[in-house]
Write a protein that binds this ligand. Structure first.
Ligand code: S3P
Length: 435
């Protein structure tokens, strides 16, 4: 699959984007181990979350899906999961793999987790090490990559862990294992990361404390099923925000987007570059803040992106690279080494993609310097990474000639109907199958 993108006239519109991926994964996992029923609306029916759905069903949980975006989960309680009959295939999803490993480390049965080629190449020692310290037994490939074989029947014990990298997936894996551990499990993080796990646990009645940067819970606490309204995903909204900012004259409202402060780095960084972004109608949806986001066409200026905002914008750097390429002057990104172990090496993939569109980029080990310019037409590779594919497609809407983005099938992992949503704002991004 590829995208054929032609220079487009993005204009005024009101749009919605699909539900939050992180919250959707967590709703399935936590709803499954809660007491009683959890009703979820606004669920992201993308391939990553559907892999988690299939995994939870394979672990014996009855989950009905009355519509693509609604889930009704009959929680089985902390100790009610059943041994799966086969290995659990988590597709492209790092979140599913890392959080499920935490959850399954405390079960009385063995399990095996695997994924696609990209996921099976991603580092898992970051979770295997702390979980092993808690008493888990997890075998991986010699270089620490999946498949992961998790031995059941081991009693976990609480630990304190200083996370060596800012990672919500690692933090969450440890906290989920902590529910099955004796005593208290706690973590500190080198930088604040998304806190959806902590918020959802709290809304299900679990006591999770966060004092002086130390996040802690005691094991054995029961979760109580609840209703979860998943907000629209700010990470998906950021592609619309980018298209609006780059357009000649657009004023776009994106409704009901999650604006949890551990996720809003992209807004702060784009504003610092001159992006005209405002939040309207702020509300709480359960424990999660939401708002409508209004974005207007803007002239961006380069500068140094504040490294303190990196963990709050971790998935939006492909978008920010395209913004930087359209800004005046140069933009310096540093402290973004974690991007090299995402669905692709995103520093390399974006540098390569932008260069193919006529932009000068100097890559560094943990960052890049992007020199603003005008996108030419051309053919670019997504490296099988959904966010690279969508970011380069948006660049194509303001290129001087047509842009062809190759290998875009993984866009369905996080943003089903991306092209239709983009068409509703005037962006001409057409899916095509290679002959
Ligand atoms: C996620 C955490 C982040 C992010 C990913 C989703 C989560 O990963 O990149 O898309 O839902 O916890 P890391 O924890 O590896 O930074």
């Amino acid at each position: 699959m590829r995208f054929d993108v032609i220079p487009s006239r993005v204009g005024d519109a009101t749009v919605t984007v699909p539900g939050d991926k992180s919250v959707s994964h967590r709703a399935l996992m936590l709803g499954s181990i809660a007491e009683g029923r959890t009703e979820v609306s606004g669920f992201l029916a993308g391939e990553d979350c559907l892999a988690t759905l299939a995994a939870m069903r394979a672990l014996g949980v009855d989950i009905q899906q009355p519509s693509p975006t609604e889930m009704s989960i009959e929680g089985v309680g902390l100790h009610g999961l059943r041994p799966p009959r086969a290995e659990l295939d988590l597709g492209n999803s790092g979140t599913a793999m890392r959080l499920m490993t935490g959850l399954l480390s405390g079960q009385p049965f063995d399990s095996v987790l695997t994924g696609d080629e990209s996921l099976n190449g991603r580092p898992m020692n970051r979770i295997v090490n702390p979980l092993t310290r808690m008493g888990a037994a997890i075998e991986s490939d010699c270089d620490g990559s999946p498949p992961l074989q998790i031995s059941g029947g081991l009693q976990l014990h609480g630990i304190h862990y200083d996370l060596p990298m800012a990672s919500a997936q690692v933090k969450s894996a440890i906290l989920l294992a902590g529910l099955y551990a004796t005593g208290t499990t706690s973590v500190t993080e080198p930088a604040i990361t998304r806190d959806h796990t902590e918020r959802m646990l709290k809304s299900m009645g679990v006591t999770v404390t966060s004092v002086d940067g130390r996040i802690a819970l005691s094991g054995g606490q029961l979760l109580h099923g609840c209703n979860i309204k998943v907000p629209a995903d700010l990470s998906s909204a950021s592609f619309v925000m980018l298209a609006a900012i780059l357009a000649k004259k657009a004023d776009i409202l994106i409704s009901n987007v999650g604006v949890n402060p551990t996720r809003t780095g992209v807004i702060d960084i784009l504003r610092a570059m001159g992006g005209d972004i405002s939040l309207e109608n702020p509300q709480l949806s359960g424990e999660e803040p939401v708002a409508d986001i209004r974005v207007r066409s803007s002239e961006l200026q380069g500068g140094c992106v504040d490294p303190a905002l990196v963990s709050l914008a971790i998935d939006e750097f492909p978008v920010l690279f395209v913004a930087a390429a359209s800004a005046s002057g140069k933009t310096v990104f540093s402290g973004i080494g974690e991007l090299r172990v995402k669905e692709s090496d995103r520093i390399a993939a974006m540098s390569d993609g932008l260069r193919n569109l006529g932009i000068d980029v100097d890559e560094t080990e943990d960052g890049a310097v992007v020199h603003g310019g005008q996108f030419s037409g051309g053919t670019v590779q997504s490296h099988g990474d959904h966010r690279i594919a969508m970011s380069l497609a948006i660049a194509g809407t303001v290129a001087s000639e047509a842009v062809l983005v190759e290998d875009v099938a993984t866009v369905d992992t996080s943003f089903p109907d991306f092209c239709t949503s983009m068409a509703s704002i005037g962006a001409e991004i057409r899916p095509a199958t290679d002959a």
